[in-house]
Design a protein around this ligand. Structure first.
Ligand SMILES: Nc1nc2c(c(=O)[nH]1)N[C@@H](CN(C=O)c1ccc(C(=O)N[C@@H](CCC(=O)O)C(=O)O)cc1)CN2
Length: 284
């Protein structure tokens, strides 16, 4: 039976540490860290995630600003909002909730965000820094996966890690983070042959493909740490991961559930990145 690692619980500990740090800033009369979130359109999932981000900021004592724009917003209008936030000295972190409505170019928006305010870690400068092992902003979901591994007491050095999925948001950066911590990393994708066998060699298996319950027990080595990044909605509207929990849990050593696994860590790592941006802006 695997040890189930709840990101929701780990998040509570990290958020209480962040609250203490922010309370100390407030007590010394300092400016508060501030996150600005841009939401374009009416995607219900995106609305729920940005609401979660605002609530989390309030919970730890950070300031936040939600800029809600209609789906009809033009690329130039969106870029102008980013430029306004870039120039605002009270804003430490900026993010544009993804996906954007059809017709808007997210890559162009991300490139417009000042790299020192890019708390999502998506700007090419921050992507480059991750690959060069330089200090920059790392995307929140991959950072959350690494934090969970560390909290499980797993040191990736020398371990076989398999990342299922190669997206810029999760697969590619989490693979790089594992490599940076000296794991031997394989990235699998839709063209990978013998997928279950390749995955079954992993000591650490990260599932980030976006296919409900795709990872069954035959993909998993006995005792492996399995991190499920999937957020898939079933026909009944139930949230399910990429891992078939019932099948994998008896075989794995550690496993994260969906919900209450990696998801809450994404928002917690965003708070951490925003406080880091604030400290850099304050010259600490
Ligand atoms: N600009 C960004 N856009 C998106 C990101 C991102 O990191 N930056 N990631 C995802 C969405 N996301 C945050 O934005 C996110 C996803 C899931 C969760 C979460 O807490 N999930 C809960 C379940 C919530 C539910 O019931 O729907 C869980 O897994 O327990 C938080 C944030 C894409 N866009």
């Amino acid at each position: 039976m695997a040890q189930v690692i709840y990101g929701s619980e780990v998040s509570k500990d990290i958020r209480s540490e962040l609250s203490e740090q922010i309370a100390a800033l407030r007590a010394s009369g300092r400016r508060m860290p501030k996150l600005a979130v841009i939401l374009v359109g009416e995607n219900p999932a995106s609305l729920s995630y940005v609401t979660g981000k605002e609530k989390a900021c309030t919970q730890v004592g950070m300031e936040s600003e939600l800029i809600k724009l209609p789906a009809s917003t033009s690329q130039e209008e969106l870029m102008a909002v980013v430029r306004r936030l870039n120039a605002d000295p009270n804003v430490d972190g900026i993010l544009c909730q993804l996906p954007l409505p059809d017709g808007l170019d997210s890559a162009q928006v991300i490139r417009e965000i000042r790299p020192d305010k890019d708390v999502d870690g998506f700007h090419p400068i921050n992507v480059g820094k991750l690959h060069l092992k330089e200090d920059g902003f790392v995307p929140c979901t991959p950072l959350g996966c690494m934090e969970l591994l560390h909290r499980m007491g797993i040191n990736p050095a020398g371990k076989r890690a398999v990342v299922l999925g190669r997206s810029n948001l999760v697969g590619a950066p989490v693979a790089r983070l594992l490599l940076n911590e000296n794991a031997t990393v394989t990235i699998c994708h839709s063209k990978t042959e013998n997928l279950p066998q390749v995955c079954a060699e992993a000591d650490i298996l990260i599932a980030a493909v976006g296919r409900a319950k795709m990872v069954t027990a035959d993909y998993v080595k006995e005792g492996a740490a399995v991190i499920d990044v999937g957020i898939n909605r079933s026909a009944e509207g139930k949230l399910v991961g990429d891992v078939d929990f019932a099948s994998v849990e008896p075989k794995a050593g550690f496993i994260t559930p969906v919900p209450k696994g990696v998801g809450p860590m994404t928002i917690t790592m965003l708070l951490k990145n925003t406080l880091k941006a604030y400290r850099q802006h304050e010259g600490e």
